[in-house]
Design a protein around this ligand. Structure first.
Ligand SMILES: *Cc1c(COP(=O)(O)O)cnc(C)c1O
Length: 401
């Protein structure tokens, strides 16, 4: 199994970061990102492939530039993500566009920008595009159960994404001349740890391409590679992926595109937090920390598990680790055995590089944390902490007087 980098990092760096930049603080280990990219490339070696980083997992421009420097493209799901990719230096032919329900103004923006490919989500979207020129792929919904959390399954027929094979056939038959069909796209979900759903999806794409005798430039198989949030080896089995999934992918005889988010950046991120209160009730213990669901919503939203570690403390205790938001769901861990921390002690929430900061909010008028990157030698502030003035940015003077 994959060894976690936490064991390699000197814990003092987290104290140093907390002292210098305050808490809560997002911390990214750049060497871990580099290692994960290498791992993907090693797994896919022999295949003709290109990787796109799914920006919705993390859109910090410093990290985007870092990832781009390894020859990776950007997968965007909104016009603003597209603009952020450009800000970080990605060129249009390194960007793919996803998303359902694109507006008319989104569509004209993409038609002007001319990205590598726009993944069309529906028959209705083709009608919306009308006579605008575009390189497109059709997003196929293959009706495959990815066996992940229902909120992050995307390739079942009851999910809102993509089109079934019959609809794709109709679209292809009536494709107007302004649209250049360059590929098929399929993304069946996120945090997938089993290989069978991928095989099932790729096989059905393969049959479709063969039966319809499609002449394409690439197949885009999306992302979804699961990571090990538990430290028990529960991530995607790369050896099985290599042995079983690559075979089908090679048989397309086309470049295969991957849109990976979580797998590249998830394990590189830590949320550094400080203990603000230790509350004992007759019923249980609560360790309250200064991070909350406003900073990291995955536990509240998906019941997601994140390892939490307090860096020192002698005795052990069983406690719920909770934030300070006025919601009972603002709990990072239930009944967890931890080193009994003291007030002011630093805690690390693991594997928050993906869908952490990018899903943060101002709920309870929380101000978003700062973000730092660590390159093995230096800490680099890559986004400052929000403050109260930032919360007033959008308020007109007249409204306040
Ligand atoms: C979210 C998303 C991805 C990335 O998913 P991960 O699980 O983070 O790899 C890729 N493609 C599309 C279309 C997505 O919506």
């Amino acid at each position: 199994m994959l060894k976690k980098r936490t064991d390699i990092l000197d814990k003092n760096i987290f104290y140093e970061a907390a002292k210098k930049y305050g808490t809560p603080l997002y911390f990214y280990d750049l060497n871990e990102i580099k290692r994960r990219i290498k791992l993907v490339e090693d797994t896919l070696k022999g295949l003709n492939f290109k990787i796109f980083f799914a920006m919705k997992a993390n859109s910090n421009p410093y990290l985007l530039k870092f990832i781009h420097s390894y020859g990776i493209g950007a997968d965007t799901v909104s016009v603003n993500e597209y603009k952020m990719a450009q800000f970080a230096g990605f060129l249009p032919d390194e960007i793919v566009v996803n998303g359902n329900g694109k507006s008319m103004s989104d569509i004209s923006f993409y038609a002007r920008e001319n990205p590598l490919c726009v993944n069309v989500d529906s028959y209705e979207e083709i009608e919306k595009i009308g006579s605008l020129p575009m390189h497109i792929a059709l997003r196929i919904n293959p009706n495959v159960d990815p066996k992940t959390h229902p909120h992050i399954s995307t390739g079942l027929r009851e999910n809102k994404f993509g089109m079934d094979f019959e609809t794709a056939k109709t679209v292809i038959k009536s494709l107007p001349a302004n649209l250049n069909l360059v590929g098929l796209h399929c993304h069946i979900g996120s945090q997938i740890t089993e290989i069978e759903p991928f095989i099932e999806a790729f096989s059905s794409l393969k049959s479709f391409v063969r039966e319809e005798r499609l002449d394409l430039e690439f197949i885009n198989v999306g992302g979804g590679w699961g990571i090990d949030y538990t430290d028990k080896g529960e991530g995607i089995n790369l050896a099985r992926y290599e042995n079983e999934a690559l075979q089908i992918l090679s048989s397309f005889d086309l470049p295969i595109y991957f849109e990976l988010g979580r797998f590249i950046i998830g394990s590189a991120g830590y949320l550094i937090t400080e203990v603000t209160e230790i509350k004992s009730t007759p019923h249980k213990n609560f360790v309250i920390v200064d991070a909350s669901m406003a900073d990291l919503i995955r536990p509240a939203l998906y019941d997601a598990h994140h390892e939490i570690e307090f860096l020192s403390g002698k005795s052990e205790m069983i406690a719920d680790v909770a934030g300070r938001i006025c919601e009972s769901g603002d709990v990072f861990a239930h009944g967890k055995k931890i080193k009994a921390p003291e007030i002011g002690e630093i805690g690390l929430i693991h594997d928050v590089g993906a869908y952490g900061y990018s899903m943060s909010s101002n709920y309870n008028l929380s101000t978003r944390p700062a973000e730092v990157a660590f390159n093995g030698d230096d800490l680099i502030l890559i986004r400052r902490r929000e403050n109260f003035e930032d919360l007033l940015r959008f308020i007109e003077e007249e409204q306040s007087s």
